[in-house]
Design a protein around this ligand. Structure first.
Ligand code: NAD
Ligand code: 0WE
Length: 259
């Protein structure tokens, strides 16, 4: 059934053991994939050490710094993939960033700088990573990104990230259309709120998770592991007919009309 053995998978966005990307990496590994992991480099090398230690049990054969705002780092990442693996099968895009000021208060207060940065890191990066991956996906492939309901509906304080997610979801469709003839599928998972490094930095995430637990059909929130399982499916041959889609992994919350 679900089998990713012999597949080369590059995973972005692991910061710590709460990261959704960590949940995905574990499930890809469990399904037999060969993993490469990128991390966001910082001056003190803290992420490198922490993420390196975390992912070691999954035996990644590539471990590379990649700040998506730096085109040279993106190119170096895919050059390394080409050198080491020859071809790429799976790309996981699991990162986002907006300045804190762009995630609170009146949306129209957002500065051009904060707006542009959020779109650059959270949406444009799917385009630049896919562009670099395209020539390496010579045996077809699967590209997967992570999105949130705030890109489709107004969620208090999600603000500029909502605009970035709307752009990201449209990127999924345009990329799926462009890359489909090369048998590269492009999809998104829209996850319900989960406690992670990024979400905990946001005020009120606990209340949001409680709200989901009361309203969602399954009467609970979702876990990194459940998102990881859906990701493994979408990246596998079991999903060979699915591209350009956003799959909600949110305990059903999205269908509800009244909280
Ligand atoms: P996280 O903090 O664990 O992951 C965010 C990642 O983005 C980090 O690893 C960070 O290093 C990386 N990042 C930020 N700027 C970067 C840059 N310039 N270059 C490279 N990497 C950069 O948080 P998470 O919640 O696991 O977020 C992962 C994805 O899941 C994001 O796209 C987020 O929008 C999405 N998502 C999260 C939730 C949630 O409730 N946590 C729900 C739906 C979707
Ligand atoms: O996509 C996200 C979070 C993305 C995020 C979080 C931060 C916090 C720290 C991007 N940039 C930053 N920048 C920081 O400085 N989620 C889906 C989680 C999330 O964030 C929210 C949410 C939910 C859910 C923000 C407001 C309202 C709801």
């Amino acid at each position: 059934m679900l089998n990713l053995s012999g597949k080369n998978a590059l995973v972005t966005g692991i910061a710590n053991n709460y990261s959704i990307a960590w949940g995905i990496a574990q499930q890809l590994h469990a399904a037999g994939a060969n993993l490469g992991v990128t991390y966001l480099p910082d001056e003190k090398g803290r992420f490198e050490a922490k993420v390196g230690e975390l992912v070691a049990p999954l035996n990644p054969t590539l471990f590379l710094p990649c700040n998506v705002q730096d085109d040279a780092q993106v190119q170096a990442t895919f050059d390394a993939v080409k050198d080491k693996w020859g071809h790429l099968d799976i790309l996981i895009h699991c990162l986002a960033f907006a300045n804190k000021d762009a995630l609170t208060g009146d949306f129209s207060n957002v500065s051009r700088q904060d707006f542009t940065q959020a779109i650059d890191i959270s949406a444009y990066s799917l385009v630049s990573l896919s562009h670099a991956a395209k020539p390496l996906m010579t045996e077809g492939g699967s590209i997967l990104t992570l999105t949130y309901l705030g890109g489709v509906r107004v969620i208090p304080n999600y603000n500029t990230m909502g605009i970035a997610k709307a752009a990201l979801e449209m990127n999924v469709r345009y990329l799926a259309s462009e890359l489909g003839p090369q048998n590269i599928r492009v999809n998104g998972i829209s996850a319900g709120p989960i406690r992670t490094l990024a979400s905990s930095a946001v005020g009120g995430i606990r209340d949001m998770i409680h709200h989901v637990e009361e309203v969602a059909p399954l009467r609970r929130s979702v876990t990194q592991r459940e998102v990881g399982n859906a990701a493994a499916f979408l990246c596998s041959d079991l999903a060979s007919g699915i591209t350009g889609q956003i799959l909600y992994v949110d305990a059903g919350y999205e269908i509800m009309g009244m909280g």
